[in-house]
Design a protein around this ligand. Structure first.
Ligand SMILES: Nc1ncnc2c1ncn2[C@@H]1O[C@H](COP(=O)(O)OP(=O)(O)OP(=O)(O)O)[C@@H](O)[C@H]1O
Length: 330
């Protein structure tokens, strides 16, 4: 089962470059959260702070009782077993075949016999759809397969938390859709806490339960997907609607003169909120919330056309039908 990650007052700098001043958020246990932000806002640095690969200047990262920046090396080693980390490029060892890459954490961190290791590796390979690729070298498989091999390796120690740094970078839209479905299915099956860094707005809109945006040396907003996707906050609205108009510039934030020169266009009407991805076996997501629940509770009107899927089904009414027929919890 997943555990929560509570981050309080995190500050990180490299020399005189301040990455963020004060990041505070709680990544809820067992849910899928996604972190986005323009390049260089410190998303990868944030993930590394969570597992103790980098230490913050100040602040706390509470995971299961311990405060990560204050753990000794031996305690960190133990803590990292609770994490499965999928690095950007899969981080596979080029000279090892796929099987040995996936088996690596088991051989490194456990005293399991080879027969047991084989059973676990083959099980995880099946989970990510890699059966048959055991003997291939990383150089002989596609980018999407490398990601899935990295994911299988992240799963072998049965982690409570899965961190994935741009798992969809370099993947075509179809492979991205398969990978997103895999995350939803794994989350339903394992109940682990997921934190995914992505640049893909399509992914951000349908995959997570919670979304966060890093910008201007801080966390602009973190909260339920519906809150972020209906927000008119200038940076949030600009980013999640992929517009040029707003405070985010090509390389960094725009200065005031440039913003004024552009006439400070009002925030666009947020795009319709799509329904969330469901596990492929039809069961509800572990953290399933009624579509539109956050908006109704906070008296926010969803953008027109929200919660309608590609087949034209309206999930606000579909949900009620499923509840009435006992297929969803009320
Ligand atoms: N070990 C390090 N030493 C010095 N500077 C670093 C180190 N790691 C990261 N940085 C700097 O911190 C900043 C944030 O880097 P990071 O990779 O976290 O950004 P990001 O938001 O993940 O970007 P992208 O979306 O382009 O992947 C960058 O300016 C980077 O150069």
């Amino acid at each position: 089962m997943g555990v929560e990650i509570r981050v309080e007052g995190l500050r990180k700098s490299f020399g005189r470059q301040v990455i963020w001043e004060d990041v505070t958020l709680t990544v809820p246990a067992g849910e899928i959260s996604a972190l986005l932000g323009p390049s260089g806002t410190g998303k990868s640095v944030f993930l590394k702070n969570l597992v103790g690969l980098l230490r913050p200047d100040r602040g706390h990262v509470y995971v299961g009782g311990g405060d990560v920046p204050r753990l000794r090396e031996d305690q960190l080693y133990e803590l990292r077993r609770r994490f499965g980390v999928l690095f950007q490029d899969g981080a596979l060892f080029g000279s090892m075949n796929v099987f040995d890459n996936i088996a690596f954490p088991l051989r490194e961190h456990t005293r399991k016999k080879e027969t047991e290791i084989r059973r676990i590796v083959l099980e995880k390979m099946e989970m990510v759809g890699l059966t048959g690729a055991e003997r291939k070298l990383p150089g002989e498989i596609s980018g999407g397969m490398k990601k899935r091999a990295g994911l299988a390796r992240a799963l072998v120690l049965d982690p409570e938390i899965i961190l994935a740094d741009e798992p969809d970078s370099g993947l075509d839209p179809v492979r991205t859709a398969y990978l997103n479905q895999l995350f939803v299915d794994l989350n339903a099956e394992l109940g682990a806490t997921f934190l995914i860094v992505t640049h893909d707005i399509g992914t951000a809109r349908v995959l997570p339960d919670n979304l966060g945006l890093l910008f201007r040396r801080g966390l602009v907003m973190f909260g339920p997907r519906e809150m972020i996707l209906s927000s008119t906050h200038p940076a949030v609205n600009q980013f999640f609607n992929a517009r040029r108009q707003g405070p985010i510039g090509m390389a960094e934030e725009k200065d005031l003169a440039r913003m004024e020169g552009e006439g400070q266009a009002p925030p666009a009407m947020p795009a319709p909120i799509p329904p969330q991805l469901m596990p492929s076996d039809g069961r509800p997501r572990p953290s399933m919330r009624r579509p539109g629940e956050w908006l109704a509770r906070h008296r926010v009107t969803p953008p027109p056309g929200s919660f309608v899927d590609d087949q034209g089904r309206d999930w606000l009414t579909e949900w009620d039908r499923l509840v009435r027929s006992g297929q969803r919890p009320a």
